[in-house]
Design a protein. Structure first.
Length: 150
């Protein structure tokens, strides 16, 4: 952890793999934000995590969620309530528009199903034409794995 880091109240830093989180200098992490490095149940595993790196001079707004494997570039500002699922370029104001339906769940994310089953069954909506700007979808779906090439 760097110098001059301010971590607000009720922030959760992944307790199972705390060494997988790197925080640079002059970083602010807002109220009730969460940083995850893993998505499995049970004890730590040898290769059960993906590191998170927050570079220097980053501001993470309140109630943000940073997912495993993410790098937030220096000087970036993360909008309150954002879910960070991919790398953020340096000196970028980052955040999503208002919420909208993202996809159809075919396998519930419960203790009876593994996370990989949920991901395999997730059908993401793919906006087409003007719908890409309005947030509406035309019933076109693709799997999570197709979208992110995994």
């Amino acid at each position: 952890m760097g110098r001059n880091v301010w971590i607000s109240h009720l922030v959760y830093l992944d307790a199972l793999y705390p060494d997988a989180i790197s925080i640079g200098h002059n970083v602010t992490i807002g109220l009730r934000s969460t940083i995850f490095t893993h998505f499995h149940r049970g004890p730590a595993r040898a290769h059960g995590y993906r590191p998170v790196t927050i570079e220097d001079d980053v501001f993470v707004g309140p109630q943000c969620v940073v997912l495993p494997g993410v790098r937030i570039g220096h000087g970036a500002v993360i909008k309150a309530g954002s879910v960070i699922s991919r790398n953020v370029p340096p000196l970028t104001f980052w955040g999503a528009d208002e919420g909208r339906p993202l996809g159809r769940v075919t396998v519930p994310l419960t203790s009876e199903h593994d996370y990989s089953e949920f991901i395999q069954g997730l059908r993401l909506f793919r906006p087409r034409g003007p719908a890409a700007f309005s947030g509406e979808t035309e019933g076109v779906e693709e799997t999570f794995c197709e979208r992110f090439d995994i």
